[in-house]
Write a protein that binds this ligand. Structure first.
Ligand code: AMP
Length: 418
């Protein structure tokens, strides 16, 4: 199937060929046609599947086909959970609309709102936004969503994880009832299905990969290891493999910083990316990683959301996530665009429960290996590490009401940590 056969305009085809895409990805093949037909779409797709172009291309096509108004009300709203994802989606919107007479803007928190408000005042057709800043500007009367024709909810599962449900509901109320809705999510929990039911009108359902399963192109492996040997093991793996671009996940910001320091000390250039870092620092770290100056990017789950790193060969879970769905998100960073990727997890005794939860979710028993000299500690407790307790040997502040297994209840806690 070609992009031409999907019925996209010449101006979009030109932008697509400038990007170097030859064929639509599976999610694009499935989603673009129903979107062009004006239908609501519920798509199961994670980062790396080409989902952004999957909704952006038809959205731009529809907007540019309709008569333009001199005064540009916001006609399309793309809502994303994180600043990084917003910036990235916006970059895509800009690229794909290069040859169209459409204006777009991005707004997110953590930066001065004035330039954002000024751009919106000039009139834009497409707005990419995170919920908080959007509501801020709306409350100040600086933007109106009353003319929105197309609403995209990107990474809906993460939106819920981050506690944005109420914000989403408020935003939806401020849009016209009659509009086209597109919802993208990597996973489909009961809550997501409920949200979809409330937003979408007889949606066409499409999926890039089956629900909650991991992409075939990713080879996954678990190294059982003593907790105190993890840092040495990761350094060995990266050095021995001479890996040039590795994304490493830790559960906490503190863990990310600490690991980063230790790797840099052993001569492996690395940078950490997490919620405590300024927008500027995050962008710098990501740019360094993309252009090869930084060999290892150490990230927490929320900070890594939506990072666009093409053809990433290696993802390492320094610690397993306590929320099994996050494992799927994490390893979705590798094996893109037909390339084979490798996802390794360093698992200590206290992460056994997390491992079981993940295997249950993905319905795959992960192959386990042990590297000589880095054996697991036979005496270590298999009691699960408490969510929020990422550091080695750290005593929990409140040992009482944490079961370690509980995922939902710990989301607000995790949000603070990231
Ligand atoms: P996404 O899933 O939207 O984050 O996209 C993942 C990566 O795939 C991005 O680097 C895109 O630029 C790239 N991409 C999107 N569509 C295609 C396509 N049809 N062919 C090749 N690469 C693509």
């Amino acid at each position: 199937m070609s992009f031409q056969s999907l019925g996209l305009s010449e101006a979009l085809l030109k932008a697509i060929s400038k990007k170097g895409y030859t064929n639509p990805s599976p999610i694009q093949q499935k989603a673009i046609t129903p979107i062009l037909q004006g239908k609501d779409v519920l798509a199961s797709a994670q980062t790396g599947t080409g989902k952004t172009a999957g909704f952006t291309l038809p959205l731009l096509h529809i907007l540019s086909e309709n008569p333009k108004e001199k005064y540009r009300p916001i006609r399309a709203l793309i809502l994303t959970p994180t600043r990084e994802l917003a910036a990235q989606v916006y970059a895509n919107v800009k690229e794909y609309s290069e040859f169209l007479n459409l204006r777009s803007a991005v707004i997110f928190g953590g930066v001065n709102q004035k330039p954002q408000a000024a751009t919106i005042k000039q009139g834009i057709d497409v707005l990419v936004a995170t919920p908080g800043r959007l509501l801020d500007l709306q409350n100040q009367g600086l933007l109106s969503l009353k003319r929105v024709e197309i609403f995209v909810l990107d990474e809906a599962d993460r939106m819920l994880d981050m506690g944005f449900l109420r914000d989403i509901e408020r935003i939806i109320k401020s849009m016209p009832e009659k509009r086209q809705n597109l919802m993208f999510s990597a996973t489909f929990s009961k809550d997501i299905k409920k949200l979809a039911h409330g937003i979408l009108n007889q949606p066409v359902q499409v999926e890039a990969t089956p629900e909650n399963t991991t992409v075939d192109a990713i080879s996954q492996k678990v190294y059982r290891v003593a907790k105190g040997l993890k840092t040495d093991l990761i350094i060995k793996l990266i050095s021995d493999g001479n890996w040039k671009q590795v994304l490493v996940f830790t559960r906490t910001k503190h863990g990310a910083n600490k690991l980063c320091e230790k790797m840099s000390k052993s001569g492996i250039s690395s940078a950490a990316i997490h919620g405590n870092k300024s927008q500027g620092a995050r962008t710098k770290a990501l740019d360094g990683f993309k252009n090869g100056r930084v060999r290892v990017l150490v990230a927490t789950d929320i900070a890594a959301r939506g990072l666009d790193i093409p053809l990433l060969p290696h993802v390492i879970n320094f610690e397993l996530p306590n929320i099994p769905e996050d494992y799927v998100h994490r390893i979705g960073r590798t094996g893109r665009a037909g390339a084979v990727g490798e996802a390794l997890s360093l698992v200590s005794a206290d992460e056994t429960t997390f491992l079981k939860d993940i295997e249950k979710l993905i319905e795959v028993k992960l192959p386990v290996d042990i590297i000589e000299g880095f054996e697991p500690d036979p005496n270590a407790s298999t009691d699960p590490v408490k969510p929020g307790q990422g550091r080695q040997n750290r005593t929990p502040r409140k040992a009482s009401n944490n079961s370690g297994n509980s995922t939902r209840n710990n989301k607000s806690r995790r949000q603070k940590r990231n």
